[in-house]
Write a protein that binds this ligand. Structure first.
Ligand SMILES: Cc1cc2nc3c(=O)[nH]c(=O)nc-3n(C[C@H](O)[C@H](O)[C@H](O)COP(=O)(O)OP(=O)(O)OC[C@H]3O[C@@H](n4cnc5c(N)ncnc54)[C@H](O)[C@@H]3O)c2cc1C
Length: 840
């Protein structure tokens, strides 16, 4: 009897047909429905979708608008009919679920004909996604202002673009969808402006990494308005005026609003389902909501971030699909599978660039008060000697205590995807910077280097973590006050001549050991090189020679320049920056050469980093007759700027630069005259340069008087202090520095500062100079020191001659803080832009 009862109960149990309702028929909903069917052949499954289409590729929508994806059908991964036939799922499109009654376990549906009906469920899944934000700005409802979320939106935007009336478009919001639209609308022939309220595009990455995207967007002709808030929209005839809070405005043909999305939670809220802190649907580890029979997935839910443990909204397709599979198992089999959470691994194509991120960015850790360290490096996508190696920048963020990885960001052209995915897996499994060095990767020259960029990231991070290298980050260096540290550029003199950080002295890595006597032990030392490696090697040398306070600029001058180059609003002039050579170079043509491209010699400098491309350029140009052009293709993004600075100081002509797919083509023509001839010619520039060779009080006075006068006309004025002239810019109170015997002798014999300068005539053992100073004071004429300060305040550039300093044993710390150290190339560069050059 008991056996019979048990058998009949089991039979009854298997006969119960479970009924699953699913709200939302795209990423989460459609995937879950298909999985439920695979788990349970006899279940009743109804999928409600308020739109016309299910299971479409929302991630492909921008590319269809831009014409990259040519056929609309390709977006429709599954049709309702196909779903019905293959999976026996009752798909109801154009059917909006308008309410849920959890007590009765029913939903009310608005049918396509407008009627309403209820449907019961055993288990209900919410996958209603998120909706684009449309802020209540004046004029927001004007025609021509669109958002992009689904196929219907896509059809409208595509038709508008196809009508040929969109010559210009404004994209409000620089997130990944906004930038994908910027690329695709550009592709479709429109001029595009991106307006972003934050100081950077791509919120998941840190500012220094976003700067790479900024300059790439500008290279591609996108007009970028950062830190710009839209205030209102207005219709002017068939155009739209977009007004900014700062008073500026743009007239455009179309606006795409891409300022973010919000989870669709209205249904859940009205059904009494609990929301979380971030206003997403709250779910437990099994993706079950506060109602035991209702589950939720996708953009509508919030879930704790695995790293911070704090609730997080994650609007990504991968997690939505993974959650869908898990939730189907839990709805059918009981709560068996836990969702582990997503760390926000994302990737986007921004024209030729790939921008990817995983885990938490440094800025988020900072705002949450979580201590962290970072390492930034600039490797190549594969071995430099194999063609087409392209640059990439990797930033890893990790715990200062145990090296646990918090996040990573990669911006580059090739091979970004595989690296970010690798690091994401390490982070998800709780790995550390050491784990990055243990990864076994496939290698052959076309794909990677024997030391893959991921491993190198691990090594750099290990060095920082273990204290082998004391890092200084670009932001810290920017905020350091000059005079408080000794800044040493350890690159080659040639690289130094293409532009250095202000106040830096050049001690190349290879001569570091011989030049140790020049390096003060009293000041903290900051070293930098191109990308950080030589700085690290130099810091080792210094540490081993007893220098204790030595820091290396992380990511080198490349990161510093990238991060500090101002992003000018489209019609603005470049803001003043660290120095002229750091200004971004936009694609440009300088028609200062009449030669035709048919003469061009082509040089491939791909895969080489600075100074490799410049050296190749120099070698090749030296073999050419004047007037002939040379075209250099390089992957080093700093090369166009370096080439321009190099041309300016060598008398060659920088003709143009353009970038495509991570390669920079720079065209230069051999100067028609030699450098000396060039310097003797009248220049078109308006600046004035003075070479102060003397340390006579009268000549020095005359120099500062002239310099102040010239500066008053608003022109750029440079004084190059060489040999005895260095005595005019020595500090009255100097820190102690280590000097060799010759340096000590020079110090003893030379005036110790400007107050000890003598007259060139009638000095009379110092009485003449004292009398001169007295008369000047009596006649209310500024003293030499006051004139010098006035010149500094008027922006006159003081350059101390590196070579003279070396010869005379003068150290950087002995000179005034405002002085820049430079070589002849730096002076020549200034002289090129001047129409008056005086040697005093
Ligand atoms: C243009 C675009 C590009 C994207 N690109 C990427 C990318 O490259 N990589 C990436 O990871 N992610 C990308 N995403 C995000 C990704 O598409 C989403 O994270 C994912 O689709 C979320 O899945 P979901 O099921 O939660 O919501 P959705 O896929 O949006 O599906 C929700 C569906 O629910 C329906 N619905 C809502 N309420 C109801 C209701 N009451 N009754 C019936 N139906 C309802 C909606 O009509 C909608 O079709 C992109 C999104 C867009 C819009």
């Amino acid at each position: 009897m008991s056996i019979h009862l048990s058998l009949s109960l089991q039979t009854n149990k298997t006969n119960i047909i479970m009924k699953y309702l699913i709200i939302g028929g795209v990423a989460g909903g459609a995937t879950a429905a298909a999985r439920i069917r695979r788990l349970k052949e006899d279940a009743e499954i109804i999928l409600f979708e308020k739109g016309e289409h299910i299971s479409y590729a929302n991630c492909g929508l921008p590319y269809y608008i831009g014409g990259v994806i040519a056929e609309r059908e390709k977006l429709l991964v599954q049709t309702p009919e196909g779903f019905r036939q293959r999976l026996n799922i009752d798909v109801r499109v154009n059917s909006e679920v308008v309410s849920i009654n959890p007590k009765e376990k029913t939903v009310t549906v608005a049918a396509p004909d407008g009627s309403r009906y209820t449907e019961s469920y055993d288990k209900l899944l919410l996958s209603p996604g998120a909706s684009p934000v449309r802020p209540p700005l004046p004029g927001i409802d004007n025609e021509g202002i669109y958002t992009l979320r689904n196929v219907e939106d896509t059809d409208i935007i595509k038709a508008r673009v196809a009508s040929g009336t969109v010559k210009h478009a404004v994209i409000v919001g620089g997130g990944f969808i906004g930038l994908e639209m910027a690329e695709n609308l550009t592709h479709a022939g429109a001029e595009v402006s991106v307006v972003e309220m934050a100081p950077q595009v791509m919120a998941p990455i840190d500012f220094s990494m976003a700067q790479i995207a900024h300059s790439h967007l500008k290279e591609k002709g996108v007009r970028l308005y950062l830190e710009t808030a839209v205030k209102s929209f207005a219709r002017i005839g068939d155009k739209l005026e977009v007004s900014f809070a700062d008073g500026r405005s743009i007239v455009t043909d179309m606006v795409i609003l891409s300022i973010g999305v919000r989870p669709n939670t209205a249904l859940a809220t009205s059904a009494g389902i609990e929301l979380g802190e971030m206003r997403g649907i709250k779910v437990n580890d099994f993706l079950r909501t506060s109602d035991p029979d209702i589950y939720a997935v996708g953009d509508a839910i919030e879930f704790p971030h695995p790293i911070s443990g704090k609730p997080w909204l994650n609007y990504l397709a991968g997690p939505a699909n993974r959650q869908a599979r898990i939730v189907a198992d839990n709805m059918v089999l009981g709560d068996t599978t836990r969702y582990e959470g997503a760390i926000g691994t994302s990737i986007a194509k921004v024209f030729d660039l790939t921008v990817a991120a995983t885990g938490l960015p440094a800025k988020r850790l900072k705002s949450e008060g979580i201590p962290y360290l970072t390492a930034t490096l600039h490797p190549s996508s594969h071995a430099g000697y194999y063609p087409d190696a392209l640059p990439m920048t990797i930033k890893v963020i990790f715990s200062p205590t145990d090296g646990k990885l918090f996040g990573a960001q990669i911006v580059g052209y090739d091979g970004v995807d595989k690296r970010i995915d690798l690091i994401a897996q390490v982070i998800k499994s709780g790995g550390t910077v050491d784990t990055l060095t243990h990864i076994e990767q496939a290698y052959a020259p076309p794909f990677s280097s024997a030391k893959d960029p991921v491993a190198i990231a691990g090594y750099v991070a290990q060095n920082i973590l273990s204290g082998k290298m004391q890092p200084i980050y670009w932001r810290e260096l920017k905020d350091l006050r000059s005079g408080e540290y000794l800044l040493i550029d350890v690159r080659t003199p040639m690289e130094f001549a293409t532009g250095a950080l202000p106040g830096a002295i050049n001690i190349p890595l290879d001569s570091m050991r011989e030049r140790l006597p020049e390096i003060s032990t009293h000041l903290p030392i900051v070293l930098y090189c191109g990308v950080g490696l030589r700085g690290y090697l130099a810091s080792n040398i210094l540490r081993l020679h007893g220098y204790s306070n030595v820091r290396n600029l992380i990511g080198g001058i490349k990161t510093f320049r990238t991060a500090t180059t101002p992003v000018c609003a489209p019609d603005d002039k470049p803001k003043e920056n660290i120095n002229d050579s750091m200004r971004p170079i936009t694609p440009q043509t300088k028609a200062n050469n009449t030669n035709t491209a048919s003469h061009a010699v082509r040089i491939d400098a791909c895969g080489l980093s600075c100074p490799g491309p410049i050296m190749k350029l120099k070698e090749a140009i030296d073999t050419l007759p004047p007037g002939h052009t040379i075209e250099v293709i390089a992957t080093d993004p700093g090369f166009p700027r370096d080439a321009e600075a190099w041309c300016n100081s060598t008398g060659n002509h920088f003709i143009s630069s353009e970038a495509s797919a991570g390669k920079h083509k720079v065209v230069v023509s051999r100067g028609l005259v030699t450098n000396n001839q060039l310097n003797n010619q009248t220049s078109n520039g308006k600046g004035k340069t003075f070479v102060l060779f003397s340390d006579d009080l009268d000549k020095t006075l005359a120099t500062f008087v002239l310099a102040n006068g010239a500066a008053a006309t608003g022109e750029k004025v440079t004084i190059f202090f060489t040999f005895w002239g260095l005595n005019a810019i020595k500090k009255p109170v100097k820190p102690k520095v280590r000097k060799d015997i010759f340096g000590k002798m020079f110090s003893m014999m030379l005036p110790s500062d400007s107050k000890s300068l003598k007259l060139s005539k009638m000095n009379m053992f110092g009485a003449g100079s004292k009398m001169m100073r007295h008369i000047m004071k009596h006649k209310n004429i500024d003293s030499l020191e006051q004139l010098r300060d006035a010149a500094i305040n008027a922006g006159v550039e003081f350059i101390a001659c590196q070579m003279s300093m070396d010869v005379m044993g003068v150290h950087r710390e002995e000179l005034l803080d405002n002085v820049t150290i430079g070589g002849v190339a730096t002076y020549m560069n200034r002289a090129d832009h001047a129409n008056l050059n005086l040697f005093i």
